[in-house]
Design a protein. Structure first.
Length: 256
């Protein structure tokens, strides 16, 4: 009888305390931990992606197709496969160096840090947004501002301030990362005067490569009504081995 009562009391306590510990564990995540989980979710140890990019303007639009490879924080490669005019253009990030292969002049150019804030091939994304020279984890200080609901999902709202040593054009970035799947659903980018410049929204959550990702990312410049750039992931593979020597300036000329 005593044993039965003890078991009932133990089960009652567990029913109460397990959900409490789960919620408490989520609250204990630091802002940096949350950003890291979101970054790893979209990056993996390695990734290989097929991507469509749509540039939308009030009177015209155009479409590009790219292939992208990444390995951790240190390596990434982007190959433009269409349209014909830009086909064969390649961007390489290797640790903190960024290179651009331009097939029309058969020349490889090393991009200085000052160019990372410039538009990537006429889109509303910067070179840094696509090539990711800066790390959202190690190049910023993070502060949890609270929680807000975005697209019906509860999100952590986190302020990211660039470290003095980081070559980042933004004064601050605010991101919203959902509390369940750790997917970044929104980001706001502010200039040195504290003015909002760009808004990025991520949507169309799908399972690709064995994990949930936001398959559609849109960038909206605040002061250019009707302008936007859309990135659509058509396919992505995570964690297939890629050798470091794939990410070399020599290989840029050979990609297809």
């Amino acid at each position: 009888m005593k044993t039965s009562l003890f078991l009932k009391l133990t089960l009652s306590i567990m029913v109460f305390i397990v959900p409490f510990l789960t919620v408490y564990g989520q609250q204990e995540l630091s802002a940096k931990d949350i950003v890291k989980k979101a970054d790893e979710n979209m990056r993996g140890k390695t990734s290989q992606a097929d991507i469509t990019i749509k540039i939308i303007r009030p009177t015209w639009s155009r479409e590009m197709h790219i292939k992208a490879w990444s390995k951790g924080d240190d390596y990434s490669m982007i190959l433009v496969t269409s349209p014909a005019k830009e086909k064969g253009t390649v961007f390489l990030k290797r640790v903190k160096e960024v290179w651009n292969w331009i097939p029309s002049i058969e020349r490889n150019i090393k991009l200085p840090p000052s160019m990372m804030s410039q538009s990537w091939m006429g889109t509303d994304f910067t070179n840094d947004d696509l090539v990711r020279e800066a790390s959202s984890v190690s190049d910023y200080d993070h502060t949890l501002l609270g929680k807000e609901t975005i697209s019906g999902k509860e999100c952590y709202k986190i302020q990211m301030i660039p470290k003095p040593s980081a070559a980042i054009v933004w004064e601050k970035v605010i991101v919203w990362i959902d509390t369940v799947d750790f997917l970044q659903l929104k980001a706001e980018f502010y200039d040195e005067d504290g003015e909002l410049v760009n808004i990025m929204r991520s949507s169309d959550i799908k399972e690709m490569g064995g994990r949930k990702i936001t398959s559609k990312i849109e960038m909206f410049p605040v002061d250019k009504e009707g302008n936007s750039t859309v990135i659509i992931y058509n396919d992505i593979v995570f964690d297939d081995p890629i050798k470091d020597d794939f990410f070399t300036t020599r290989n840029m000329k050979q990609l297809k």
